[in-house]
Design a protein around this ligand. Structure first.
Ligand code: NAD
Ligand code: TYD
Length: 341
């Protein structure tokens, strides 16, 4: 029986990955470690929490007790992080702590427990910004712009240092911008959807012409699954959507599918040092493991829009912070215990 440690499993990508693993591997057990910050939401795991193969542990990855939580696990996928660029510009303290110190702590916990594999889930933002042409490969220099990206780059280097120093069996993955269900509505796509649903202005930074390489979260989960099982230790793999879109075109597409006017778009002052363009070359992953993104962006965006429309209570509660009360009422006692081995 394989036991997988998933950190940050109550967040956007982590919860999608937990659902994916539970469905794909009926014999796997999963231990989720999550601090439940403002971005962690147990409602993202609602049905999964009833599954006896899932154990939820509310724990900060900076807490030395993570060594105990990792006991008996075979594989680890490390999602837990502070993730919003704008928040990191305001105050990077939590980013430094969770993304750097926390990654070191969880990686050492996995090393102490001799896990067979550790995936460091990272981002294309560590490479910085591109001009109008070209794509980042795994050998592109690290050139992060925001405190968020800098702490992710530091975390990647920390994990790779443990690989070199101790032969720690780890892999770093760097993915482009994800979209899909359960994404916290401070990020661009769910924010734009939520604002449009309420007929509120859609804030576009600067000229709205910055480009992101969008990937559906299900394609990211499939790539992580392949790399977790068949990737090579000590390697870095880019995971890109091969789907570059300008922010303004994404906003227009959302408004179009909702039948709402473009006049809702409002240009606001730009993010400081706003990366102009991201694009990833994923040919290493395609050549070695046969992966390619399957979801078409326009279809995926429409399905995502429908998901948020059908989950208006999730959206309202997430935006109002009501899910916190939900947590206190329903899961606090259950979540506070470490897994028994
Ligand atoms: P998210 O913000 O939705 O979720 C983060 C999760 O980590 C939350 O559940 C939160 O409670 C938990 N967490 C935060 N600090 C913690 C701590 N100290 N201890 C334990 N848990 C803690 O993030 P996401 O968008 O799902 O991103 C997950 C990972 O994927 C991150 O490492 C991020 O850098 C990476 N990534 C994200 C994207 C994207 O587009 N969202 C793209 C590439 C890579
Ligand atoms: P975001 O979802 O924050 O992801 P990242 O900055 O990590 O790529 O933002 C995606 C793009 O959308 C980015 O170019 C910034 C832009 N943006 C806006 O124009 N308005 C907004 O309100 C937000 C949150 C983002």
């Amino acid at each position: 029986m394989t036991r997988v440690l998933v950190t940050g499993g109550a967040g956007f990508i982590g919860s999608n990955f937990v659902h994916y693993l539970l469905e794909k591997y009926p014999d796997y057990r999963i231990v989720v470690v999550d601090k439940l910050t403002y971005a962690g939401n147990l409602k993202n795991l609602e049905n999964a929490l009833q599954n006896p193969r899932l154990q939820f542990v509310r724990l900060d990855i900076c807490d030395p007790a993570v060594t105990e939580a990792a006991q008996g696990c075979d594989l680890a996928v490390h999602f837990a992080a502070e993730t919003h660029v704008d928040r990191s510009i305001e105050d990077a303290a939590a980013f430094t702590r969770t993304n750097v110190e926390g990654t070191w702590r969880i990686a050492e916990a996995c090393r102490a427990n001799r896990l067979r594999r550790f995936l460091q889930v990272s981002t294309d933002e560590v490479y910085g910004s591109l001009g109008p042409a070209g794509k980042f490969t795994e050998t592109s220099p690290l050139n992060p712009s925001s405190p968020y990206a800098a702490t992710k780059a530091a975390a990647d280097l920390m994990v790779l240092s443990l690989v070199r120093t101790h032969g720690f069996p780890a892999i770093v993955t760097r993915c482009s911008n994800n979209y899909g269900p359960y994404q916290f509505p401070e990020k661009f796509i769910p924010l734009i959807i939520a604002q449009a649903l309420d007929n509120q202005p859609l804030p576009l930074y600067g000229d709205g012409l910055n480009v992101r390489d969008w990937i559906h979260v299900s394609d990211h989960c499939r790539a992580l699954d392949l790399i977790l099982h068949y990737g090579r230790d000590a390697e870095i793999y880019n995971i890109g959507g091969d789907c570059e879109r300008r922010n303004i075109d994404v906003a227009r597409a959302i408004l179009r599918s909702m039948g709402k006017p473009e006049s809702l778009i409002q240009f606001v002052s730009d993010r400081p040092c706003h990366d102009r363009r991201y694009a990833l070359d994923s040919s290493k992953l395609a050549n070695e493991l046969g992966w390619r993104p399957l979801e078409n962006f326009e279809a995926g965006l429409t399905a995502t829009l429908r998901w948020y429309q059908q989950h208006s209570a999730w959206l309202d509660q997430t935006r109002s912070g009501e899910y916190r009360d939900y947590f206190e009422r329903n899961y606090l006692r259950r979540a506070a215990t470490l897994p028994a081995h």
